[in-house]
Design a binder for this molecule. Structure first.
Ligand SMILES: O=C(CO)[C@@H](O)[C@H](O)COP(=O)(O)O
Ligand SMILES: [Co+2]
Length: 215
């Protein structure tokens, strides 16, 4: 069964306690928290103070997706607000190997996200040290976008690479994921599905999470 990580970007920010209830009372496994700085991506979402407030109410895992420049500057800060898995973008990380090490030194799992245009082969020399690869299946910055079909090829290639050096790798798909493509993504090798609008935009978010979990 895939890990389901609802993205709070699609939740009602005036009613975040409802979003917490949905994650905690459903078969969701992780909170996916999209942090955007308006520089790496053309949008600004939320940051440390909001995540700190959520921390007091959560029991499940915080999967933080940093869409910011110089993510290495904030590793300790995200640890301090309860982050379990910290994902930085390949494209924003000049010294990726050092950043991965620094995340792990803080006791978090280390993730690397790839934009749709970034080939998975670029992770050849770091894959053994990474806990999670987040394949962006939309251009980062916004929820509710159309899934990019080429992602299936990237999943298969990454799965092949991981089988050799890191068979427990989390292969996370982020963007445009819903009931229409979840099974095909899992069949291709994904084991973590991020779902924003397909969960929080659904009539029954808890039932939608259950359906995604049981594809
Ligand atoms: O990181 C991002 C967008 O940049 C995602 O996590 C979105 O929040 C996913 O939203 P949906 O495509 O599922 O609506
Ligand atoms: Co994300």
């Amino acid at each position: 069964m895939p890990i389901i990580a609802p993205s709070l970007l699609a939740a009602d920010f005036a009613n975040l306690s409802n979003a917490i209830d949905i994650v905690e009372n459903s078969q969701a496994d992780w909170y996916h928290l999209d942090v955007m700085d308006g520089v790496f991506v053309p949008n600004i979402s939320f940051g440390l103070p909001v995540i700190s407030s959520l921390q007091k109410h959560k029991k499940k895992v915080f999967d933080v997706h940093l869409m910011i420049v110089q993510p290495e500057r904030y590793i300790k800060d995200f640890k301090n607000v309860g982050t379990d898995i910290l994902t930085v973008h390949y494209e924003a990380s000049t010294h990726l190997h050092r950043t991965i090490g620094a995340i792990k030194e803080e006791g978090m799992k280390a993730g690397v996200a790839l934009n749709p245009h970034t080939p998975v082969s670029l992770l050849k020399d770091t894959l053994a040290d990474i806990d999670l690869v987040c394949l962006m299946s939309v251009n980062p910055g916004f929820g509710g976008q159309k899934f990019i079909e080429h992602t299936y090829n990237k999943i298969s290639e990454l799965k092949r690479m991981a089988q050799e050096v890191n068979p427990n790798l989390f292969i996370e798909i982020d963007g445009g994921v819903g009931l229409g493509n979840a099974k095909q993504l899992v069949d291709a090798g994904a084991n973590v599905l991020v779902a924003g609008s397909s969960v929080f935009g659904a009539q029954d978010p808890i039932a939608t999470v259950a359906a995604l979990k049981n594809v």
